[in-house]
Ligand binder design. Structure first.
Ligand SMILES: C[S@@+](CC[C@H](N)C(=O)[O-])C[C@H]1O[C@@H](n2cnc3c(N)ncnc32)[C@H](O)[C@@H]1O
Length: 281
């Protein structure tokens, strides 16, 4: 230690190791987690290290740099896949009531689900759009940075154990008729009707590093921004804004908002509870 330099407390040392790890991952694999909220990243890394019996973050770094086979699993450690169908039903109810009637005036519609996880949100929107008579004129882009999740999303098979919650959410989102007409049960899975993904394009897209790729009538980025720090949140809000056409709709997660972002004044709030916004000119 250099003369006069005090020893760092253990917490600081862990922060330093985590920052070095994220920097190393970025340079080795091109995945940029450097602007994710540090507290939740640390929590997940600690949990992973306990499971893998690794004593400190530097050991983990060594393993990830020299054994790429471990990296894909580590991406799943850092990205939180938690989702459900019609999650936050107030959002879907608001979209059905406040956006669908106006969207009927468009001949063709493009939607983007950014951070779609295993696809439950996308199939939910397809069902809502079908019930509102809009699905046939829609193209839905469903993206995530995690390839394993996209593979699951493409299948449209969800655990039967989740169907009680999914059905309750659907009914609370003003769903029409029995939810069971959209799937058949095989073993432990509810297999959703293939027509619900006929108009869906699943693709890799990283909100931290990739740019806009189309212009949309509605963009949904729900329960993703909470994992980012303010700098990355602002970047993503810029990307979402740029991706929306005039009067396009924006859907956020229940704990997310536009408050204190540079884009607050560029949207009108259509439903505060449902986190539904509309881009103003
Ligand atoms: C908690 S899930 C939310 C899923 C769904 N939108 C919902 O609200 O139920 C968060 C998703 O964001 C994805 N994600 C995290 N960082 C991302 C990034 N930089 N670019 C794209 N997707 C990301 C994760 O892979 C995960 O699938």
């Amino acid at each position: 230690m250099a003369a006069g330099q005090a020893e760092r407390p253990a917490g600081d040392l862990e922060d330093l190791e985590v920052r070095l790890l994220l920097e190393a991952i970025y340079h080795r694999y091109g995945y940029d987690f450097r602007q994710y909220a540090l507290s939740s990243i640390k929590r997940r890394i600690r949990h992973h290290m306990r499971e893998e019996g690794l004593g400190n973050v530097s050991r983990l770094q060594e393993r990830l740099l020299h054994q790429p086979a471990n990296f894909d699993r580590f991406v799943s450690v850092l990205t939180v896949p938690v989702t459900s169908m019609f999650r936050d039903p107030a959002f879907f109810a608001a979209f059905r009531e406040k956006a669908a009637p106006l969207l009927r005036t468009y001949p063709f519609l493009r939607f983007w689900h950014a951070g779609c996880s295993t696809g439950e949100e996308v199939y939910s929107m397809a069902i809502l759009l079908e019930e509102e008579g809009l699905y046939e004129r829609c193209r839905i882009y469903a993206t995530d940075m995690n390839e394993a999740m996209l593979r699951e999303a493409q299948k449209g098979h969800f655990p039967v154990s989740s169907m009680q919650v999914n059905t309750a959410n659907y009914l609370n989102a003003a769903g029409r008729g029995p939810f069971s007409r959209y799937y058949t049960v095989k073993g432990d899975h509810a297999i959703f009707e293939p027509r619900l993904r006929r108009n869906v394009v699943f693709a890799l897209h990283n909100l931290a590093t990739d740019g806009a790729f189309n212009e949309f009538n509605a963009v949904f980025c729900r329960n993703v921004l909470i994992y980012f720090n303010k700098g990355l949140q602002d970047r993503v809000h810029g990307l979402l804004y740029e991706s929306l056409g005039q009067f396009g709709y924006l859907g956020l997660g229940s704990k997310e908002s536009l408050r204190l972002t540079p884009f607050e004044a560029r949207y009108e709030e259509l439903d505060g509870h449902g986190k539904l916004y509309r881009k103003v000119a």
